[in-house]
Design a protein around this ligand. Sequence first.
Ligand SMILES: Cc1ncc(COP(=O)(O)O)c(C=O)c1O
Length: 358
Amino acid sequence: MHSTTWIELSSEALRHNASIVRQLAPKAAILAMLKANGYGHGASWVAEQLKTTVNGFAVARPCEARLLRAANPQARILLLGTLLDSDILFECATLELDVVVHDLATAKRLAQTPLPRPIAVWLKLNIGMNRLGMSATEFSEAHNLLSATDHISTIQHMSHFSDAEDIDPSLSQQQSQKLLTLSNSLGEYPISMANSAAIIAHPDTHHDWVRPGIMLYGDDPTQRLSGDRALKPVMNFKARVIAVRNVAEAEGVGYNRRWRAKTAARIATVAAGYADGYPRNAPDGTPVLVNGQRASLAGRVSMDLMTIDVSHLPTTAIGDEVSLWGDGLPAAEIGKHCGTISYELFTRITERVDRFYR
Ligand SMILES: Cc1ncc(COP(=O)(O)O)c(C=O)c1O
């Protein structure tokens, strides 16, 4: 049976995007961000595609780390900032996970928790986002404590930019300098700070480990990459037309008849709704591609369906393929219409959407 609602995931695009990271940061090791199920693309599939190109993976939750470890016994896997009680620390050591230590209390707990094997830690400095990370004083104390702790195998120093995609680089330069100065004062340790935007826009922040997320999946948050270096969308979100009808001038379409026909119009109903992950708040005019041609949303997105104005595409028929985002229609563009970003769109695709890996 043909699918009505599906995502196609391109390994060629994913590998291309990883090769761009490699070109932009030729000297750094690459820690691919696989949290949130590989930004909605399927963490195990992404890991399989990238395992020979990148140097490690990062996830945000212990449950994600367990799954990834089970499928990748040899990979370096970092568990990003989370709550690390003694049990989780013990499990992380058992599973040979690296852990981010983002507060001094955790550093102290880690120093006192007997572990089955040594663990690698990434100490996180708060450089201005005020979300996670230690102050400079706490960071130095945590560093000194853990560097004197037997069951710590290696220490890395990390931070995370608040505004890396800003056209003005000065804030990121100041933030980067904070980690660099502090880290250098403590010795020579591997440094990691660059996310996708910094990998693209701030080459001086690459250091030892870069941490690309969204650029692997094909969105360039700086919109600076072009030509051979342009990123390729990995996810193509598609659905089929399941009904087509004419509506008369002044008739409405969808719940509350939000969209009104200014003149007689032709409306196609597409099998994708908010229960598939298409945003309910998408306004009229949000673009889609019907057989490669642009058309736009007409009426409120409902749970299973959306309606589009195909008056200018008279051959539109039941069964036609509609692209909701992907090649030729960047998820970031849909995000702009809906007041969100590609990250959220990708991670909101739901279980019932079929997946085709190619
Ligand atoms: C700590 C950390 N590093 C790197 C990234 C990757 O960011 P991006 O997807 O913008 O490349 C994230 C994502 O939010 C993150 O939380």
